[in-house]
Write a protein that binds this ligand. Structure first.
Ligand code: FE
Ligand code: FE
Length: 331
């Protein structure tokens, strides 16, 4: 197995830690995750045998997700919205590459941009595996997600563009992406992986693959920020100000209603397919079948908060940067 020598453990399909664990415990920087790392450990490592659909060809989507019903509707909404979010993330990251201060940061953001483009592609194309027509897919997603795009994604997009495109502030942009944008998306991705794995192995694998990438995005961004703050202590107030503004922005965005809507559909579908869920535990000691949409949403919020606190602590920033709301779940 010569591959074992070329794939870093945190990028290995079977050996990689869970997203929350990895994002909170691993330390990776742009010098670790350069372009050579990406080619060997990600493209030829994580994605080996999963490059086309995001899942292994031997695992499939069960027939009950290909026929109309609340579970299928929940998955179509979730992956449609996530696909669109990842597309916007890709377009935003294009602005990071030209302003990256050095080659390691430039290479890292070039790879992250490709990662997000891939995420958009696998989420989107998973809908074709569920039976949505391929030839109208992009338009169908745009129609389905128009409201979400306008009310949730647009404010995030405008906020980030102002920093990276208009002000050309690389470090501010790294802070927004890692603490606010991916800080919220990562726990949603973790929840997704846990929810769908017992119902659809292919769906679980698509989420798992994006989660492995997310560990890298969160940890490397944290290291870039930590090193920058150590070398330029005078930039601390500016970084904190941007994080606070980002947290406030996210607090005002109405994402909850969209997430709760699809969690309610998931709930209805899960109860219909209770036999497949069985005693599966969504987190230690809690059976998924016993959870409610609000409980799952609240757990993702709690993970967001824990993760942001752990990354801020690592960077030596005060935890009250999160207090303006948004990522602040009740303690
Ligand atoms: Fe992503
Ligand atoms: Fe990411």
């Amino acid at each position: 197995m010569p591959e074992a020598f070329t794939t870093a453990p945190e990028a290995d399909w079977d050996a990689a830690p869970g997203l929350l664990d990895g994002a909170m415990k691993l330390t990776l920087g742009p010098d670790d995750c350069d372009l050579a790392y990406w080619i060997t450990s990600v493209a030829q490592g994580t994605l080996r045998d999963r490059g086309v659909t995001g899942h292994h060809q031997d695992v499939g989507v069960p027939d009950f997700l290909k026929t109309p019903g609340p579970l299928r509707e929940a998955l179509v909404l979730e992956f449609g919205f996530r696909g669109l979010s990842e597309e916007i993330a890709t377009r935003l990251l294009g602005h990071y590459v030209p302003i990256a201060p050095g080659v390691p940061e430039m290479e890292f953001y070039a790879t992250q941009m490709i990662d997000e483009a891939r995420h958009a592609r696998v989420f989107r194309n998973h809908l074709v595996e569920l039976g949505m027509p391929a030839d109208t897919l992009l338009k169908d997603i745009d129609d389905m997600a128009a409201d979400y795009r306008r009310r949730v994604l647009r404010p995030v997009e405008d906020f980030t563009l102002e920093i990276v495109r208009d002000q050309q502030d690389f470090i501010g942009g790294v802070a927004v992406f890692a603490i606010v944008i991916e800080g919220v998306l990562a726990p949603a991705a973790e929840l997704s992986e846990r929810k769908w794995t017992p119902l659809s192995p292919a769906t679980g694998e698509v989420s798992r693959g994006t989660a492995i990438d997310e560990i890298r995005h969160l940890t490397v961004a944290s290291t870039i920020l930590k090193d920058h703050l150590a070398a330029h202590p005078e930039s601390r107030d500016r970084v904190l100000e941007i994080i606070r503004a980002g947290v406030r922005m996210w607090d005002e965005v109405p994402d909850r209603e969209f997430v709760i809507h699809r969690e309610e559909l998931f709930q209805e579908g899960m109860l219909q397919h209770a036999d497949k869920v069985g005693d599966y535990e969504i987190w230690p000691g809690v059976k998924m079948i016993d959870t409610s949409p609000e409980q799952r949403y609240d757990m993702a919020e709690r993970w967001t908060d824990e993760m942001a606190r752990s990354r801020l602590g690592y960077m030596g920033l005060p935890l009250d940067a999160l207090d303006s709301g948004g990522t602040g779940a009740p303690a």
